[in-house]
Design a binder for this molecule. Structure first.
Ligand code: IDP
Ligand code: MG
Length: 139
């Protein structure tokens, strides 16, 4: 089976009208968009998705940010798409993210404790399958 990854356009990306820009980059890279849905995420789903971060000091801010508006959940498909999308995404901190990456081109620091970095992408094949089961149980 071809590799799949879970991508989220986070609430800042949706609010700023960047859904199309993110989709365009996924498609022009040659990856296939297999599933796509705009929705709100509740705290229980987020706790599953960010299981590795629930005990971190920044988690409350992360919840506030991720529940502040709609997100777009995407399954993208292609050879090496998990690593490939991480490369396209750029570093976690938008100010550090290289120009040419999604976070580097569209992100910046803002005057609060949130890291508003436009997108999420699974960090390994196992995380991708775990996250896909959370967001798209039928897939
Ligand atoms: P990643 O999204 O690049 O994989 P992670 O370290 O896994 O980065 O963190 C997940 C998400 O949690 C980040 O994308 C960011 O939105 C948020 N986050 C990470 N560290 C902090 C922090 O120190 N303060 C606020 N939010 C953070
Ligand atoms: Mg991560």
């Amino acid at each position: 089976m071809t590799e799949r990854t879970l991508i989220l356009v986070k609430p800042d990306g949706v609010r700023r009208g960047l859904i199309g820009s993110v989709l365009h980059r996924i498609e022009r890279k040659g990856y296939l968009i297999q599933k796509l849905e705009k929705r709100k995420v509740d705290e229980a789903t987020l706790a599953q998705h960010y299981a590795e971060h629930v005990d971190k000091p920044f988690y409350p801010e992360l919840v506030r940010f991720m529940t502040s508006g709609d997100v777009v959940a995407i399954i993208a498909e292609g050879e090496n798409v998990v690593h490939g999308f991480r490369v396209m995404m750029g570093a976690t901190l938008p100010t550090d993210a290289a120009p040419g990456t999604i976070r580097g081109d569209f992100g910046r620091d803002w005057d609060n404790h949130e890291i508003q970095n436009i997108v999420h992408g699974s960090d390994a094949i196992e995380s991708a399958e775990r996250e896909i089961a959370i967001w798209f149980p039928e897939a």
